[in-house]
Design a protein around this ligand. Structure first.
Ligand code: THU
Length: 130
């Protein structure tokens, strides 16, 4: 799976986003260790706080399918700037591995490659609760 192929999956998900309030459509694609691509788009609500980010939608789809290991992710939105996962999404992604490579894209498909470790150093970890 090339970077471009994964980004194409994220873009296809983005085009299904339900974002009537922000008008900012986001798509995410997670490449599972099982070789399957799991996708999500943002889903907004008139009760704003009930909305869901694309990344967490993709994680939910993967986990529900039995996949908890990811090797690469792509995030793409409708705006001109680079879309990076929000803080809550970073924390949820960190649950499944800090080594995750994330392709943070502009709407034209150009991207910057980050690792989750770079985007969320010192993430909260279950070890802290021991
Ligand atoms: N959004 C995402 O889906 N992912 C992010 O990482 C950033 C923000 C969505 C949430 C909301 O529907 C819209 O973008 C504007 O914040």
């Amino acid at each position: 799976m090339t970077d471009e192929e994964l980004i194409a999956c994220a873009r296809a998900a983005r085009d299904k986003a339900y974002a009537p309030y922000s008008r900012y459509q986001v798509g995410a694609a997670l490449l599972g260790a099982d070789g399957v691509v799991y996708t999500g788009c943002n889903v907004e609500s008139a009760a704003f706080g009930a909305g869901l980010c694309a990344e967490r939608g993709a994680v939910a789809q993967a986990v529900a399918a039995g996949c908890r290991h990811f090797t690469k992710a792509a995030v793409i939105a409708s705006g001109k700037g680079i879309c990076t996962p929000c803080g809550i999404c970073r924390q949820l992604l960190a649950e499944f591995g800090a080594d995750l490579e994330i392709l943070c894209c502009r709407s034209d498909g150009s991207y910057v490659r980050h690792t989750l470790q770079t985007l969320l150093p010192f993430s909260f970890d279950v070890g802290a609760m021991e």
